[in-house]
Design a protein around this ligand. Structure first.
Ligand SMILES: Cc1ncc(C[n+]2csc(CCOP(=O)(O)OP(=O)(O)O)c2C)c(N)n1
Ligand SMILES: [Mg+2]
Length: 386
């Protein structure tokens, strides 16, 4: 790895910027401390005012609205799938604070590198709902980066996006740009080789990457405790030589505070940070999964009152920034927007065959040519059969 990268504007020394500690937060919540950053509790009360981020009221309301909108988009998608109108899709419910709170820390020109359970982050960063539903329909157009949105599409092969994020970070350094990459993956994803290879590369070359683990307790049916012997996912940062922090992933404020700090740290040229957001997948893994086979309803009930939307709403209501009447009106507005999208996306059909194959390589390989011919023959046979 003898590549030379153009160094950025700040001097770098082991987690410090120009000789000063880069972040007192990362020191106070060091990955080995066993501490988890929590700022606002379930009742909407600020329990750690010293870490309360400076969040403009309007921005906070926008963040809450995005969480709510993402929830509505997700629930609608699950309903449509149950009616056979969309294909298998990952259920997002419960992870809205982790998705939105983290994406809120990005600038518009920063890069988003998602896994597949971050609807709120997609939407905050500029992906239209329409594209998200197209992806759930299996359409290639659902994976095309919208103009002006710096984001890779959904990545289903677990953690395969982590080296991509490192690569984007490397390119940012090489070109001397001022951007940051926010890369998501799950707790299960931290067992993959790509996770280690990507983070190691980013660490060695001080790539401006924030690695964000949505620890939702499970990798399909495998509980987090069986996934790794590490006490926390955040601790894994130590071996790579970078700051790691565990946060309450259902606390929008904690997620935003930590990600914002990590983004600043990375942008200043200090290299990557690993954030572990402890959350819970309230729904099934995907619409093809049955969680009753591997977890108890008692456990699900424990997480119900920890729903990330509840505490932001309580916080906002206590400050008279949001009311039940506004909530109802907003729900109606979102439902209408989603219905409008659904009315022209659902029923678009499946991929035209050329699109399915031609987006892969400039020239099709021999085996892809054969597969394409086989598929065309099969479809012709199917239509003759009626
Ligand atoms: C390389 C690879 N192996 C296996 C799978 C099948 N698979 C899909 S999701 C998943 C679990 C992922 O768990 P986690 O990383 O915790 O993310 P979560 O689904 O909980 O958001 C697995 C094993 C896959 N998509 N890619
Ligand atoms: Mg998981």
């Amino acid at each position: 790895m003898a590549l030379d990268t153009k160094t950025k504007k700040t001097e770098k020394t082991n987690g410090q910027v120009n000789g000063k500690a880069a972040s007192s937060l990362f020191e106070a919540y060091d990955a080995t401390s066993g501490k988890k950053l929590e700022i606002v509790d379930q009742t909407g009360k600020v329990i750690h005012p010293e870490w309360m981020p400076e969040l403009d009221d309007d921005l906070l309301v926008e963040g809450y609205k995005m969480m709510k909108y993402a929830r509505i988009v997700d629930l609608k998608a699950v309903n449509l799938q149950r009616q056979g109108k969309l294909y298998t899709l990952p259920v997002n419910r419960g992870q809205e604070a982790a998705a939105v709170g983290s994406a809120m820390a990005l600038r518009k020109d920063d890069w988003l590198v998602p896994a597949f359970r971050e609807i709120g982050a997609y939407m905050w960063h500029g992906w239209p709902v329409e594209t998200i539903y197209k992806w759930y329909l299996g359409l290639e157009s659902g994976a095309v980066m919208p103009d002006g949105v710096n984001s890779l599409p959904t990545s289903v092969p677990i953690s395969s996006q982590v080296p991509h994020a490192a690569g984007i970070g490397h390119a940012i350094n090489y070109r001397g740009l001022d951007q940051v990459v926010l890369c998501y993956f799950g707790d299960g994803g931290t067992s993959e080789g790509d996770f280690s290879e990507g983070i190691n590369w980013a660490a060695v070359f001080s790539c401006p990457c924030v690695f964000f683990c949505n620890n939702n307790g499970y990798a399909i049916s495998v509980p987090r405790e069986l996934q790794t012997k590490a006490a926390t996912i955040a601790q894994k940062a130590v071996g790579f030589g970078l700051p790691g922090i565990q946060v309450d992933g259902n606390d929008l404020f904690a997620v935003y505070r930590a990600t914002n700090e990590a983004v600043d740290f990375a942008r200043a040229g200090n290299g990557p940070v690993l954030i572990e957001a402890v959350t819970y997948r309230m729904g099934a893994h995907t619409t093809s999964d049955d969680p009753t086979k591997y977890r108890t309803s008692e456990e699900e009930k424990i997480w119900e009152p920890r729903d990330p939307l509840i505490r932001v709403k309580r916080y906002l209501s206590d400050k008279n920034l949001w009311s039940d009447a506004q909530e109802t009106a907003f729900e109606v507005e979102c439902a209408a927007k989603v219905d409008e999208v659904v009315s022209h996306v659902v029923g678009l059909g499946s991929n035209p065959i050329p699109e399915l194959f031609e987006n892969q390589f400039e020239h099709l390989t021999n085996s892809l040519e054969e597969q394409k011919a086989d598929l065309e023959a099969f479809l012709a046979w199917q239509s003759r059969r009626g």
